[in-house]
Structures are given as C-alpha cells and as structure tokens.
Design a protein around this ligand. Structure first.
Ligand SMILES: NC(=O)c1ccc(NCc2cccc(O)c2)nc1
Length: 246
C-alpha cells in the first residue's frame, strides 16, 4: 500500500512513519509513505502557502494554487488511482471499521490542513473523504494523518508478527480489549488471574472474551448496542454482570 501525505511538515510525517511496526512495514516494502510539501509548489518569491480569510476574521487559510500543484504532482507520481482524504474536525469520525476498509486500498493520500484549514474550493474539487480523529481542534492535520498511517499500516499483511495479529484480530470486532499480564505471577500490586496460568486455552479464551464484554459494558455500553452478541457472549456477559452486582 502507498500512502502520500501532503503536509507543510514532511520531516515530522516521515519520522512518524519510520518507527515501530509501521517503520518495519516500510522496510519490508509492505507500505510506502511519501510526502509532498505545498511550499515546494508555491511560485512566488516568498513561497506563500496561506492567505487572509475572505470576509475578515482571525487566522489564515491554505491557498488553492500550491495545494493544486502539489496534488497534481502526487497523483502523477504513481499509476494507481488515489483516494484523497482530508483530516479535519468537520470529517466523519475515524473508526476501526473504516481503518480496515482503507487498509485494503492500493493507495490513499492524506491532506493535512494548517491554520484555519484549506480553501473550500480545493476541498470540493480534490478531496474524496473527510475524516476526524476526534472532537477536538489541533494545530494541524498531521497528527490525524499519523494516526491513519499507523492504524492502516499495522494492518498490512506481514506487518504484525503472529502473536500480535492473533490478539488484535480476536477482539478488534467492536469490543474493548481484555486485561493483559506478564510475569511475575505474584507482585506487590497483585497476582496474575489463575486461569491465565492454567494452560486451559478454551477457558482462557472464554475468560478473555468475558472480560472484553464486561469492560465494554462498563466503559463503552454504546459499542455493545452496535453489535449482535452470540449465545456464548450473552451468557458470559450475564455472568460478568452477576459477579459485578454480587
Ligand atoms: N479532529 C481532527 O481530526 C483534526 C484535524 C485537523 C485539525 N487541525 C487542522 C484543521 C484542518 C481543517 C479545519 C480545521 O478547523 C483545522 N484538528 C483536528
């Protein structure tokens, strides 16, 4: 998968994509991240990329021309059609479901706004999808782009080793994760639950599913409403609730 990032801070974005699982995915050529700086496509002597907001008011807006030229160069840099995504508080909320869909595409471009954002006419003509990583305002779209790169990059086949991907797959279907423990078995802070030391993998799977269901019910009940539970999950959640109220 190829991800192109249009950003005034290319070094920052390259560093975000160079570490950990995503960095390794790039080394393994499972993922390619390229950056495009609109300032390199500004034609005036001052390499201007922003302009005063029409109608007055505070702040600046990113100009059409440098972005249009940068996006053209980006599109022409590779043959695959590219889905252009704009990160902004006005976008649809990013979810794991959307991440999984994006991870299957051959190529996406992430447009990062700074200042008060981008001229609406550029968005209307160039952007296929607007995404938000949460209901808060940041100084730019780059952190949102970093989130998308990480969430999508880690899902590329071969990016995660078996243990991680097995764990990730079992509950990424809309439940919160279960608790995790490592040695020592006994610590001043408490003990590892005995079932995890039992070697009974069926019991361990049930325990983890019960904990994931219980945590989701306690912390994010609205996620449960979105998800039909099978008979086993309904029984385990009932068991969790009985113990919780006991
Ligand atoms: N929640 C987010 O995904 C998010 C994304 C970007 C951003 N800042 C740049 C920007 C871009 C566009 C309009 C705008 O008002 C601010 N802040 C938060």
């Amino acid at each position: 998968m190829r991800i192109d990032v249009v950003t005034l801070f290319p070094d920052f974005m390259r560093q975000c994509a160079a570490v950990g699982v995503v960095g390794r995915a790039q080394q393994r050529e499972l993922l390619q991240v390229e950056t495009w700086n609109p300032r390199d496509y500004a034609t005036d002597n001052y390499r201007t990329v922003d302009g005063r907001t029409c109608g007055g008011g505070p702040g600046m807006v990113m100009l059409i021309e440098p972005l249009r030229t940068a996006l053209k160069a980006m599109r022409e840099a590779a043959p695959e059609p590219v889905r252009v995504i704009y990160l902004s508080p006005q976008g649809a909320r990013l979810t794991q479901g959307r991440v999984e869909a994006l991870a299957k595409l051959p190529r996406i471009a992430l447009l990062c706004g700074r200042y008060e954002g981008v001229d609406e006419r550029l968005l209307a003509h160039e952007v296929d999808e607007e995404l938000s990583i949460g209901d808060y305002v940041l100084s730019g779209g780059e952190l949102g782009a970093a989130v998308v790169i990480d969430a999508v990059g880690r899902l590329q086949d071969g990016a995660l080793n078996d243990a991680q991907s097995a764990e990730q797959d079992s509950f990424s279907n809309g439940l919160l994760d279960c608790p995790h423990y490592a040695k020592p078995v006994r610590d001043a802070y408490g003990e590892v639950p005995a079932v995890l030391l039992s070697g009974d993998h069926a019991a361990i799977r049930r325990w983890r599913l019960k904990q994931a269901l219980g945590r989701t019910w306690l912390r994010r009940p609205e996620l449960l409403a979105q998800r039909a539970l099978d008979a086993e999950s309904r029984a385990l959640l009932e068991e969790f609730r009985r113990e919780y109220f006991a």
